[in-house]
Design a binder for this molecule. Structure first.
Ligand code: ATP
Length: 364
């Protein structure tokens, strides 16, 4: 039986609650498929941990995360608990940096029976993935990296950084994902989103996109300037398959796209590098609903399914791939049969009931 080591960081607020739900669902799927086992190494980190210990992560936490086959994170940060410089506690951003997790993956999928924000019936076909670069772009000098040029009373500056090395790997990652989706769904398309008409950095990004596209002749390609991409994501998002873009553009467009299919409680995500990978729901610790059994655990659970899919794909473990699919299918079935009715969408089911209902579907 193939064994995988998972570094689990439940973190803060609803992060703790949805992490528990996720591993309960993963275990139910695993028991059905067999063929792999997961060993969890629980790492304490986050705002509450900082409040209690003055450290934002366990002393050897980063090292242990680096040794795992994958990192799973619930959510980190509580607005009321701040570091000495008044910033929020964010050890996970260091992990992103340290492990070079450059490819942010945000699937955007409509579920039959889940709320639809667009009236057009074609919105029900929405099934796309946004790939957001996560280590450079306009976040390169963001405060958290401590690279900001000095600001004064009259001016503040940030740097937009696009490198060949990261862009090539990011774009290749996006093409390979489009190929995987093509193998499953019969068609694969990759859209490059930039602002190449105005900024040299984005013209450079597009040039690299064109260079790499030559290696992936089986995938159709297209381009959008980011402003037009925002428009089309609202007008006809069902026409997109995979989109790849710089960090800030991805930050904004992935939330916009997430909003088209429900809300934060549905937004799964992954951050992938060449040697490490991290999976987490895109939402935060949601202090307004923590401890009240109100959170929708599906973003976290679908992130868990992405983790199984990624590890199964990398190792060739078919049972793990099957477990990932089983969880995704259970969510689809749950919405279609109205067995899943999250409070987040005005339904009557809190986190525990949602988890129980999904467990039942997975086990059936
Ligand atoms: P961060 O900056 O860490 O992402 P945030 O404050 O921007 O945090 P969230 O913590 O994600 O954002 O919360 C935003 C809103 O969405 C809150 O009102 C929260 O209750 C709601 N929310 C977030 N996640 C969920 C969830 N899983 N289920 C239900 N509601 C959620």
């Amino acid at each position: 039986m193939e064994r995988f080591q998972i570094a689990t960081i439940p973190g803060d607020g609803i992060g703790v609650e949805v992490t528990e739900a996720t591993f309960a669902i993963i275990e139910a799927a695993r028991q059905k498929t067999g063929g792999f086992s997961l060993k969890q190494d629980i790492i304490h980190a986050g705002a509450a941990y900082y409040r209690d210990t003055d450290q934002d992560i366990e002393a050897d936490g980063e090292e242990r995360a680096g040794l795992a086959d994958a990192i799973y994170l619930g959510a980190i940060g509580l607005p009321s608990i701040r570091a000495k410089d008044n910033t929020e506690i964010s050890p996970h951003l260091r992990l992103r940096e340290k492990f070079e997790l450059y490819a942010g993956v945000r699937p955007v999928k409509a579920y039959d029976g889940a709320p639809m924000m667009l009236a057009d019936p074609r919105a029900a076909e929405l099934d796309m993935v946004i790939i957001r670069e996560c280590t450079e772009g306009l976040f390169y000098t963001a405060a958290v990296h401590n690279r900001s040029p000095k600001t004064n009373a009259d001016e503040a500056r940030e740097t937009l950084r696009i490198t060949r090395s990261v862009s090539e790997r990011l774009i290749d990652f996006a093409f390979r994902l489009a190929q995987r989706r093509k193998a499953k769904r019969g068609h694969g398309h990759l859209t490059c989103v930039d602002k190449a008409n105005v900024f040299k950095a984005f013209a450079f990004f597009r040039q690299i996109f064109d260079e790499r596209a030559k290696q992936f002749g089986d995938i159709e390609t297209g381009y959008y300037y980011v402003d037009a991409a925002a428009l089309e994501l609202v007008r006809k998002p069902w026409t997109f398959d995979v989109m790849v873009m710089e960090n800030m553009f991805g930050d904004i467009l992935s939330d916009l796209a997430g909003g088209l299919v429900g809300g934060m409680g549905m937004a799964a995500s992954a951050e992938i590098g060449d040697h490490h990978c991290l999976f987490q729901p895109a939402h935060g610790s949601a202090p307004d609903i923590m401890g009240q059994d109100k959170a929708n655990p599906l973003a976290a659970i679908l992130s868990g399914a992405m983790m199984l899919d990624w590890l199964g794909h990398g190792s060739g473990n078919q049972q793990m791939l099957a477990a990932a699919e089983m969880i995704e299918d259970a969510v689809t079935t749950g919405f279609a049969t109205r067995a899943l009715r999250p409070m987040e969408f005005g339904g009557d089911m809190g986190l525990k009931q949602m988890t129980e209902a999904l467990l039942e579907i997975v086990k059936s």
